[in-house]
Design a protein around this ligand. Structure first.
Ligand SMILES: Cc1cc2nc3c(=O)[nH]c(=O)nc-3n(C[C@H](O)[C@H](O)[C@H](O)COP(=O)(O)O)c2cc1C
Length: 173
């Protein structure tokens, strides 16, 4: 499947079967995260895997994981990420987010479904998993097998996304 077809097929799933994600698939997803680019190749990311019942109990204190059987908490080291000198803007969130997107699309390519979560309580998340102070938990990627009876249409983006003409400007504003 080409990339556009894969990207159009993907949607956020918030209802999962209680089927575990296979270890080989998890390893492939992690490889997709590992090879993601980062600013200046500083590689600030660290992936915390939650795939056991007690881990999900802890995770449910800070976020709704919609019944997924695997969650990856994508953290990035604020002391390691590249900082743009002109305005001191850190790339920490961007680096974590590129890896999250790589892993989300990789999961989709493996026949899995995902939900990207940022609506979590960072303090509780930090305490629950002893996340070191230098690591920022940026995203949670919930992964699993959808329990939805029917998949959303690949053609839905004509209604659910803005038109190209609304988001693209050539030459200058
Ligand atoms: C940065 C980001 C944060 C998101 N946070 C959440 C979240 O906390 N909870 C949730 O249910 N969905 C979350 N989503 C999923 C979006 O709501 C969803 O991608 C968007 O509505 C488009 O729908 P689609 O993914 O089905 O195409 C997030 C997505 C992104 C990219």
């Amino acid at each position: 499947m080409n990339f556009i077809d894969l990207a159009k097929k993907r949607y956020s799933v918030r209802n999962y079967e209680s089927i575990l994600v296979e270890k080989e698939k998890l390893n492939t997803i992690l490889e997709a995260g590992r090879i993601a680019p980062s600013a200046a190749n500083y590689e600030p990311n660290h992936f915390l895997i939650v795939n056991k019942e007690d881990g999900f109990k802890k995770l449910s204190l800070s976020a709704d994981t919609h019944g997924g059987s695997l969650a990856i908490i994508i953290c990035a080291d604020k002391n390691r990420a590249w900082v743009r000198p002109y305005d001191n803007h850190s790339m920490v969130d961007i680096d974590a987010t590129i890896a999250t997107d790589h892993m989300m699309m990789c999961a989709e390519s493996l026949g899995l479904q995902t939900c990207w979560i940022t609506y979590f309580n960072p303090e509780i998340l930090r305490e629950s998993f002893n996340i070191p102070a230098n690591l920022i938990p940026v995203n949670i990627l919930v992964i699993g097998y959808s329990a939805d009876k029917t998949a959303l249409s690949k053609d839905r983006h004509s209604e659910t996304r803005k038109a190209i003409s609304e988001i693209v400007t050539y030459d200058s504003f």
